[in-house]
Write a protein that binds this ligand. Structure first.
Ligand SMILES: Cc1cc2nc3c(=O)[nH]c(=O)nc-3n(C[C@H](O)[C@H](O)[C@H](O)COP(=O)(O)OP(=O)(O)OC[C@H]3O[C@@H](n4cnc5c(N)ncnc54)[C@H](O)[C@@H]3O)c2cc1C
Length: 273
């Protein structure tokens, strides 16, 4: 069956085209083109937009806006986005990162979506042409979404306030056993005053670890201080089982890796499963 590619200079026109049956938005194409190559015949036309704002990275006054077509490679090399470089580099190998977009990552099912785990911990907002919503709400409702995502926005985390960890079996570009991102702020006495923790592969899409966040508040980032958070982190999880790891295994190792992240025992971006 022939497959069409429609390119529009505005998001508005792309949104109109997406109302037709058999259409799908094309980001970098790393997932959606692969699915077509593997025999997905539900699509008759890809729709894309070249509106310049989609490819723009804006950093100003501690706020970041990433156009949905911005790639992982562009994020990883941007001097003002250094805290996020590890999360962007966690997506695939160099060839994938040159194509993989922020918008596509928001829709990627587990075990993918590593960068979205970072965005969830950063409490980003997700924009379309006519709406803006918290990322958690977007993720809950993404399956029914047909609108082009235009950008994500978030506040840059405080110095050393953002941590990201991807656990994989194959180096350097293996897919996730799990990933964890955390935004942490500490009071002058060292106790945690703000904690946002997001988990990848612990459900079919990135999720917040609310019970662990609550347990961390007022605690120190020491072995004893984080123990209640580690005990609580499995609450509400429903990990995927895939050829990389079973749900059981993911639940077993989650505490270990969260402990390493919270105690700052991460040498690089990834740890061995
Ligand atoms: C070999 C390989 C390794 C990979 N490794 C990783 C990995 O380690 N970590 C990881 O997270 N992912 C990984 N991926 C998955 C994928 O590359 C990334 O998740 C990537 O960010 C998806 O973005 P994309 O632009 O290529 O999405 P596409 O394939 O273009 O699109 C994916 C979905 O998102 C929708 N979409 C895309 N952009 C928009 C938009 N702006 N508005 C509305 N809908 C949109 C599409 O319609 C489609 O349904 C890998 C993929 C491959 C093939």
């Amino acid at each position: 069956m022939a497959l069409a590619l429609q390119t529009f200079s505005t998001v508005k026109d792309a949104n109109t085209a997406l109302k037709a049956a058999g259409t799908r938005y094309l980001g970098g194409g790393t997932l959606v083109v692969r699915a077509t190559n593997e025999g997905d015949v539900s699509l008759s036309s890809f729709v894309r937009s070249t509106e310049p704002s989609l490819s723009t990275i804006a950093v100003s006054g501690g706020k970041v806006r990433l156009g949905a077509s911005v790639t992982m490679a562009a994020i990883a090399r941007h001097p003002d986005l250094a805290p996020l470089a590890n999360a962007a580099r966690a997506v695939g190998g160099p060839a994938i990162r040159n194509m993989a977009t922020v918008g596509g990552n928001l829709f990627a099912p587990a075990p993918y979506g590593d960068f979205t785990v970072a965005l969830l911990a950063l409490d980003a907002t997700v924009s379309t042409d006519d709406s803006e919503m918290p990322i958690e709400e977007f993720l809950t409702n993404r399956d029914g979404s047909r609108a082009v995502v235009t950008s994500v926005a978030f506040a840059l985390p405080p110095h050393n306030g953002f941590r990201f960890l991807k656990v994989s079996r194959v180096k350097p570009k293996g897919i996730s056993v799990l990933s964890i991102a955390a935004v942490l702020e500490q009071a002058a006495d060292g106790t945690v005053s703000l904690a946002r923790i997001a988990l990848g592969c612990m459900a079919d899409r990135p999720m917040r670890a609310r019970a662990a966040e609550k347990a961390l508040l007022g605690s120190t980032l020491t072995k004893d201080g984080i123990a209640p958070a580690l005990a609580a982190v499995g609450e509400g999880t429903s990990p995927i089982t895939d050829p990389i790891a079973s749900a059981w295994y993911r639940n077993e190792v989650l505490q270990v890796h969260l402990g390493r992240l919270l105690l700052g025992q991460i040498a690089g971006m990834e740890t061995k499963a």
